[in-house]
Write a protein that binds this ligand. Structure first.
Ligand SMILES: [Cu+2]
Length: 171
């Protein structure tokens, strides 16, 4: 399952003096036309119902294994694993993508095990290669309220830009 979101190609422009220095906040795309820097935000609500309504969401981060090279648990220094962190509350789930750990979010039914992997059946929310929110959320300076939460039935995850959902336990 892959969500494909495309842009119109129409720039977000504003008037400027021809040749004026945009000081890095935009690009003069035609004399007197400033195409501002801007960020595209997409919100997606997912109500997972994976083999039933009792689903759980895990944050999944790729991390190196414990132990120094030569140690019993990591003799060759090549141990790594997927750390799964269960979200228990909406507050816990307010998380950003982390490129350093190739973070994904797994929606699982922990009551149903895949017959081969013996792990909970699940789908994974993948949102990659995007920066975090570039706008300051300090509303004391008059920024407009921005709704970013992508709500799950009990948990929520912030996801930016392209999002794809793929099964992690195929039969
Ligand atoms: Cu744009």
């Amino acid at each position: 399952m892959q969500l494909e979101i495309k842009l119109t190609g129409i720039l977000n422009t504003y008037a400027m003096n021809p040749g004026e220095d945009t000081k890095g906040w935009g690009t003069e795309v035609y004399p007197g036309v400033n195409a501002h820097n801007h960020q595209h935000l997409f919100c997606l609500r997912v109500d997972p119902n994976i083999d039933g309504s009792s689903n759980t969401v895990f944050q999944v981060d790729a991390l190196p294994g414990a132990g120094e090279v030569g140690s019993a648990e990591n003799p060759y220094g090549n141990a790594f694993y997927a750390k799964k962190t269960k979200y228990n509350t909406v507050e816990e789930s307010m998380s950003d993508y982390d490129g350093a750990t190739s973070r994904t979010w797994e929606m699982a039914n922990t009551n149903k095990l895949n017959p081969y992997s013996h792990k909970p059946v699940s789908y994974k929310l993948v949102s990659r290669e995007v920066p975090g929110l570039l706008l300051s959320l300090d509303l004391s300076y008059g920024s407009a309220p921005v709704l970013l939460a992508t709500l799950f039935t009990l948990q929520s995850v912030r996801a930016y830009a392209s999002v794809s959902v793929s099964p992690t336990n195929l039969l």
